[in-house]
Ligand binder design. Structure first.
Ligand SMILES: [Zn+2]
Length: 65
């Protein structure tokens, strides 16, 4: 399960849903907003993953499986 914040994760949820179509994607604030400014981040199975951009985030998610 991936959770991203629609206002501060810097990840487009439609892009994520397209690239990771097998993943359940939840939207909501993840309590790390402001900490990782300028990066793309989200919770992957409850663990915070921070990447340089959304493409890098997708790669991170795929390598963690
Ligand atoms: Zn937020």
């Amino acid at each position: 399960m991936i959770k991203i914040c629609p206002s501060c994760s810097r990840i487009d949820e439609r892009m994520l849903a397209t690239k990771l179509s097998n993943e359940e994607i939840e939207l909501g604030c993840i309590d790390h907003c402001g900490e990782s400014a300028g990066k793309s981040f989200g919770l992957v199975n409850g663990i915070l993953v921070v990447a340089e951009d959304e493409e890098a985030f997708v790669l991170e998610v795929l390598t963690r499986k």
